[in-house]
Ligand binder design. Sequence first.
Ligand code: ATP
Ligand code: MG
Ligand code: MG
Length: 428
Amino acid sequence: SYRKGGYHAVRVADQFAAGRYIAQRKLGWGQFSTVWLAYDTKTESYVALKIQKSAAQFAQAALHEIELLSSIADHNPTNSKFVIQLIDHFKHTGPNGQHLCMVLEFLGDSLLRLIRYNRYKGLPLNKVREICKCVLTGLDYLHTDRGMIHTDLKPENILLCSTIDPAKDPLRSGLSPILERPEGNTNGGVTSLIEKRLRRRARTAVAKISGRRASMGGIGDAAKTGRNIDGIDVRCKIVDFGNACWADKQFAEEIQTRQYRAPEVILKAGYSFSVDMWSLACIAFELATGDMLFTPKGGQGFSEDEDHLALMMELLGKMPRKIATGGAQSKDFFDRHGDLKRIRRLKFCPLDKLLTDKYKFSVNDAQEFSEFLLPLFDFAPEKRPTARQCLQHPWLNYMESPPNEMRNESAVEKVDVGMSNLKIRVEK
Ligand code: ATP
Ligand code: MG
Ligand code: MG
């Protein structure tokens, strides 16, 4: 992918935007871009530099992402504090073409890594509450203030706020190339000699921080110091606006990552803000249990979509006929009575039972958590609470009772209640 139209190859200490940003180390990459930790010589702080592939369709996608991120950043910064902030953007020309670059605030590890770090056991419910509050506050801002739907909410797209500021790190001596900059020369134009020294300097800096790599996001830090998950501050932000859209100007019919996809998207019945609420509920369950809630699989005689709908109904009860038959795609899955065509006998297992039987929640915890989640899983999208309404839910402000803390330690063995093993496939 490092060819014409593809990624831009970055070396440590490379400069961007006429010397304002200096590359430190790679943070990650995706389908569209590579992301680097960079030092911002203007603000003397660390940023994440997202460098898009150069081909036209990637540039187009970046312009779209920049448009949405700019709207987020332009308005009321206090309300938007649980959403990633765009600091700057510019074009960078390299051997593979012209790359749009986004400068974003530097964040830590994703919730997916947090779940993995906790060995898929599920986080203490107090942590789940904290994360939900952050995400809901971010969603309320996006939905109510900006009229924007994220459409790809999932653990990978929620990043923890970095607990260690690299600039305040005791190892920072040598970390900030600006120390080497001649006075008054803050905006490029450095001589090649200084440039060479900067490169050398930044390389040393990277060697120094690479030993502490894991500490950047907070999780590895807890691992090293032997602290458990309770030592991790769970403030987090919503990221990745590459697929986001305006509620009144939608682009894609098929949205969301499979496991977090709302039923109206599968049925092609139109969608709005409430698709993000469905995803949020899936995420909350996953954080609390360590397992994805819906993992549909296609099989003989039925599709992944139909399995997905079956799993939803096994957990939430039968979909009302009007909703089941109301989408442009409904006929592929449902007969006119609102029964699935190919998956006939559903094995119902209500959410609170799943939580007590499989995940060893106390009856109380299971009930309270279900009361929070079930309204978000309403098959009627317009009946789901909004992010703002959801923030008022008492569950978000419950105090954790000690037995539940123990639940997490004793729930290593999960009992499989075999939710959907008993499907009967009907060949057409
Ligand atoms: P995708 O294929 O997911 O759309 P993408 O090319 O749009 O990928 P992102 O998902 O935005 O790229 O970023 C790629 C990776 O870089 C992320 O998974 C994350 O690990 C890291 N990253 C992105 N933004 C930041 C940030 N602000 N701070 C720290 N790391 C980040
Ligand atoms: Mg991504
Ligand atoms: Mg993306």
